[in-house]
Design a binder for this molecule. Structure first.
Ligand code: B12
Ligand code: SF4
Length: 519
């Protein structure tokens, strides 16, 4: 049977990284089936396009995975596929919490023939077998022989065949530049950000987060050996095709068990398996100097930190009191001292936020080493403690907000601001943090660093914004480039000066040790 695994885009912004679940389920598919992957972020498709694709390619089963904000599109695509007679199974965090919605059991239309609840590592082979026999069940739940929920152990993790998978759709280097760039340095003909997990689960239970409920509060890890082998495979592939690879460790808290993280990083270094990598680590775990040394030595370039707020009352409200705003600056300096930078994530519209929260936050950010700030709004995702609290208090204004995805729009009323004021704050956060002046300031604040690092920060800032903020199409890119022409010109000028051996701010031998351009 030919199986299509499809991940929809949200129709507004674009991710730069493919989704792990597709590669994982592909690797877990029993022999004898052919699996085709389409990520809507890389290959945008509409309903007619996907219906044509499944018919022309003789697809016998479609698997769709989606986050809450992509679910409306996922349902539309599923409807189009089912209309041409091909069964659809849906999985992922949203349908796990809203299975009745996907199955049309709550009064709405049915979108999926079957739903895979929770982690599907062990149920997927069963789903494929049932689909082949034409006997799909409505619901597949990960349970043991006694009907108890069972979480897959990651000790026997499948080897994802990165050396063989067709990754053409995930190359971030534009086609027309690939040939030329292949000859630069070790080769830049391809550049891909690859998702990889080393463990699952998070015990912290922040109120707005899906993870503790979905993956559980006990953490499961892969063996160091399996992670190292995967890195080596990826590294070899990049080398063989004259390209670059960076890895996003998608673990929710990569250093949740510091001892184990250190042992993994030491094994990566010992095996020469370093690639440039990004990971999510909470600020409280980055107090450990040895950990930060190992992060840098093992290829760590960017750390995503869920700072959420600079206000301790807000943090306590969402059960994230372990974040201490007073130590954010020290944590970021500790990272920057090793040339590791931070993606700092903030949420506005929290209950103690008042008008001006964006400017207060930006004022703090400007005192920190340059990084990639991101701003979102507090969003009640289905089944989270936050959703339940706001629902009980009658504060949800759009209880089924996912049925119509609107970027940067609240679904409840904050306590000390209006919804419109919260929207204005998030717009101000993005506008000021990524204005041409802020970009220039970020590059300039790194004047003691090699040119490569400054170029890296600049490119990362240009690209990263596009994951969260609409930045689609060549025109909006050209506009962005034009607005930032001064910074681009000064970086290029400095690069030429260094290249021609003229005195420049940067020593030539260190000038092109770039990190990854985007995460
Ligand atoms: C990496 C990541 C991202 C990446 C992009 C996604 C990517 N390319 O991988 C980035 C950093 C860009 C990102 C952004 C956002 N993310 Co995010 N992200 C993650 C993260 C950390 C890892 C995803 C992952 O690969 N997990 C590991 C795989 C193995 O798990 P999985 O995807 O759930 O798949 C398993 C099962 O769900 C199931 N399954 C999944 N799909 C399918 C499909 C089928 C057919 C079947 C059978 C089974 C199945 O089987 C898999 C194996 O067991 C998760 C948290 C997490 N730990 O999952 C959050 C998470 C998915 N993100 C989340 C959110 C909210 C966001 C943002 C909206 C944040 C924001 N406010 O801006 C943005 C949206 C971006 C956008 N473009 O719209 C939420 C989603 C909650 C929800 N209900 O939808 C999560 C769960 C985190 C959280 N705090 O709650 N994210
Ligand atoms: S630390 Fe991160 S992953 Fe863990 S519960 Fe909080 S937000 Fe979710």
């Amino acid at each position: 049977m030919r199986i299509l695994l499809y991940n929809p885009d949200n129709g507004v912004t674009r991710n730069f990284m493919p989704h792990l679940w597709m590669f994982l389920l592909q690797a877990l598919t029993p022999a004898g089936h052919e699996v085709v992957l389409i990520d809507g972020n890389a290959q945008p498709m509409d309903e007619a396009g996907i219906a044509r694709f499944v018919r022309e390619q003789n697809i016998g089963l479609v698997g769709i995975g989606a986050m809450t904000r992509m679910i409306a599109k996922a349902y539309r695509m599923a409807d189009a596929i089912r209309a041409v007679g091909v069964p659809v199974v849906m999985g992922g965090p949203h349908v796990t919490e809203e299975a009745d919605e996907a199955l049309g059991r709550n009064g709405g239309p049915r979108h999926a023939d079957a739903v895979a609840l929770g982690e599907a590592d062990e149920t997927w082979p069963r789903i494929v077998a049932d689909a082949e026999r034409g006997h799909l069940k409505d619901i597949y739940a990960p349970v043991d022989a006694f009907g108890q929920e069972s979480k897959p152990s990651l000790k026997e993790y499948p080897a994802i065949p990165w050396d063989k998978i067709n990754l053409a759709q995930f190359n971030l280097v534009p086609k027309m530049a690939a040939r030329t760039l292949q000859r630069i340095g070790d080769g830049w003909g391809t550049f891909r950000i690859i998702p990889m997990e080393s463990g699952r689960g998070c015990p912290y239970g922040c109120e707005f987060c899906t993870v503790t409920g979905f993956f559980g509060d006990s953490i499961r890890f892969r063996t160091n050996e399996s992670v190292v082998n995967e890195l080596l495979l990826l590294k070899a592939r990049a080398k063989s095709e004259g390209g670059q690879i960076a890895v996003f460790f998608i673990d929710d808290n990569f250093a949740i068990n510091i001892k184990r993280t250190k042992s993994l990083l030491r094994d990566i270094i010992a095996a020469g398996a370093q690639v440039h990598w990004v990971a999510q680590i909470s600020a409280n775990l980055l107090r450990d100097e040895e950990l930060v040394d190992l992060i840098a030595a093992s290829g760590g370039k960017w750390v995503f930190i869920g700072m959420e707020s600079i206000d301790p009352t807000n943090l306590a409200d969402v059960n994230k009191g372990f974040n201490k705003p007073g130590e954010y600056a020290a944590v970021l300096q500790r990272l920057a001292a090793r040339n590791v930078y931070a993606i700092t994530s903030f949420i506005f519209g929290m209950d103690n936020d008042t008008v001006g929260v964006a400017e207060r936050t930006l004022k703090e950010i400007r005192t920190w080493p340059a990084g990639l700030p991101i701003f979102g709004l507090l969003t009640p995702l289905p089944a989270t403690p936050l959703y339940k609290r706001l629902e009980a208090a009658g504060r949800l204004t759009r209880p089924k907000h996912w049925q119509e995805f609107i970027p940067f729009a609240m679904a409840h009323t904050p306590l000390k601001m209006t919804i419109e004021e919260a929207h204005a704050e998030v717009r101000a956060g993005w506008a000021h943090a990524y204005s041409p002046e802020a970009m220039a300031q970020a590059v300039d604040s790194l004047k003691d660093k090699p040119l490569g690092y400054r170029i890296n920060i600049f490119i990362a800032r240009m690209c990263f914004r596009g994951i969260y903020f609409p930045q689609m199409g060549p025109l909006s890119w050209l506009k962005l480039i034009y607005q930032n022409r001064r910074t681009i010109f000064s970086l290029v000028k400095e690069g030429f000066a260094a290249w021609h051996g003229r005195p420049a701010r940067t020593a030539p031998d260190e000038s092109l040790e770039t990190g990854i351009p985007a995460a």
